[in-house]
Design a protein around this ligand. Structure first.
Ligand SMILES: NC(=O)c1ccc[n+]([C@@H]2O[C@H](COP(=O)([O-])OP(=O)(O)OC[C@H]3O[C@@H](n4cnc5c(N)ncnc54)[C@H](O)[C@@H]3O)[C@@H](O)[C@H]2O)c1
Length: 259
């Protein structure tokens, strides 16, 4: 296959793949030649709409340790290998620190951090034994430059960043690479539940150098790169795909600022 980031013959698990960025990752993996991609999510109805050569679906709550073990055992029984894990499932919450309910904070940490941890823990023994494998964890631009009203989310994505860097240290000597992707402002049901038109969304991105929001496919291509041999020396790499959102800040009114 003549793809710059070929995944020819690879077997992958993508979490949070019923919609949004995860679905775009699964599609892009197939476009890159992956042999089989397992789309894991909790959304039954959305999963039921996914079909195509090389794609299968599974109901998985990333917070459930036993469900992870079952998925890994089934995948190994059916395909003999797990080459790629994209830990993409996540939830978002808003609120001032003084107002966030502790149970909501715990739930966010459970999905975004514990879910990522459990996914890695489930595939590591197999990847270590195989002496190869790639894990791509979805963090966020919020883990580079947090903003007001998303403190719990930013904290969870900083944790994903830390977990991933430590994993890169532990697993690099075993031939397993661990990297993170840091999206910013992607048009998905998470950030645009009312499905507002892209041009309306873009109006809120005047502070971003690219002057627009992002499409899920633009994140997916970065994940495919990190999952492929094209990134063979990337380990502990933090790939920021945010149109420059976290590069710096504009001083409105000064030359060079679009605002
Ligand atoms: N959209 C953005 O602007 C943006 C920016 C930075 C980071 N991210 C991250 O990208 C990832 C994907 O987000 P998205 O924008 O596609 O959102 P989304 O809400 O459209 O998709 C997230 C998916 O994760 C699934 N999910 C949630 N909890 C789960 C659980 N316990 N077990 C299994 N699956 C679960 C959801 O059902 C959903 O299908 C998330 O980790 C998110 O935090 C998104």
């Amino acid at each position: 296959m003549n793809h710059p980031h070929s995944l020819e013959g690879r077997v992958a698990i993508v979490t949070g793949a019923a919609r949004g960025i995860g679905l775009a990752i699964a599609d892009d993996f197939i476009k890159a030649g992956a042999k089989h991609v397992i789309c894991a999510d909790i959304l039954k109805e959305e999963l039921a709409c996914i079909s195509g050569p090389g794609l299968s679906t599974v109901e998985l709550d990333v917070c459930e340790e036993k469900a992870w073990q079952a998925l890994v055992e089934k995948t190994l029984a059916e395909h003999g290998v797990i080459d790629i894990l994209a830990n993409n499932a996540g939830i978002l919450s808003f609120g001032l620190i003084e107002d966030i309910k502790p149970d909501d904070f715990r739930r966010l940490m459970d999905v975004n951090v514990t879910g990522t941890f459990l996914g890695m823990q489930a595939v590591i023994p197999h990847m270590k034994a195989a002496g190869k494998g790639v894990i791509v964890n979805t963090s966020s631009a919020s883990a580079m430059m947090p903003s007001n009203f998303v403190s719990a989310y930013a904290a969870s994505k900083f944790a994903v960043r830390g977990l991933s860097r430590a994993a890169a240290l532990e697993l690099g000597p075993h031939g397993v690479r661990v990297n993170t992707v840091h999206p910013g402002g992607v048009n998905t049901p998470m950030t645009n539940p009312g499905n507002a038109p892209q041009e309306d969304i873009d109006k809120g991105f005047g502070f971003v150098p690219m002057q627009r929001g992002c499409q899920p496919e633009e994140i997916a291509r970065g994940v495919t790169y990190l999952a492929s041999d094209a990134s063979s020396y990337c380990n502990g790499t933090e790939l920021v795909i945010d149109g420059g959102m976290t590069t710096g800040v504009y001083f409105p009114g000064l030359p060079g600022s679009p605002m």
